[in-house]
Design a protein. Structure first.
Length: 174
């Protein structure tokens, strides 16, 4: 009788241990999904702000983050191959595939084309997101906008980050 009870307790402990691993894994995945969603929302917000301006306007927009920092969003584009961004117009460098080049140092991006946005979280927690963009003027009335975002300080191994940056682009104009 005592041996049967001992075997039942071991089986129960193994089952509960497996369940604990499942719960920890689910909490980690939930956190990753939250940061991915916030990255996407920030990139989309910057993209929409720039797209809402006429293509031939070089207005600068302001966005305020959770820490109260006013960020200047530059909307001036340049012709492809011209301007401040490699493979693109004005702003962050682009790769040959048309995505924001994350190997470029944050300080090397022209003012107004990158920000370290502080997002508000539950319980007063805040997270910083690195957001970068590039604007290419296609005609006097159209432009292509590239925006990318990722959590700042995401883990790296050999220079590679575990968090894949969100890359959005659109063509707009008036």
């Amino acid at each position: 009788m005592l041996i049967e009870l001992l075997i039942a307790m071991v089986v129960l402990a193994v089952g509960l241990g497996g369940l604990m691993v499942l719960l920890v894994s689910a909490m980690y995945t939930n956190n990753v999904a939250r940061t991915d969603t916030t990255s996407t929302m920030l990139a989309e917000h910057v993209l929409e702000q720039i797209s809402a301006q006429p293509a031939n306007a070089a207005n600068n927009l302001d966005v305020t983050d959770c820490a109260g920092t006013d960020w200047n969003i530059a909307t001036a584009g340049a012709a492809k191959g011209g301007g401040s961004g490699a493979n693109g117009g004005n702003g962050a460098n682009l790769t040959g595939a048309g995505q924001v080049d994350w190997t470029q140092a944050h300080g090397a991006i022209p003012a107004g084309y990158a920000m370290n946005y502080v997002a508000c979280g539950t319980g007063g927690r805040q997270m910083i997101y690195d957001v970068r963009w590039n604007v290419i003027t296609m005609t006097n009335y159209t432009r292509m906008v590239f925006v990318s975002a990722r959590p700042k300080g995401s883990p790296t191994v050999g220079g590679l980050r575990y968090v894949v940056p969100v890359n959005l682009r659109t063509i707009g104009g008036m």
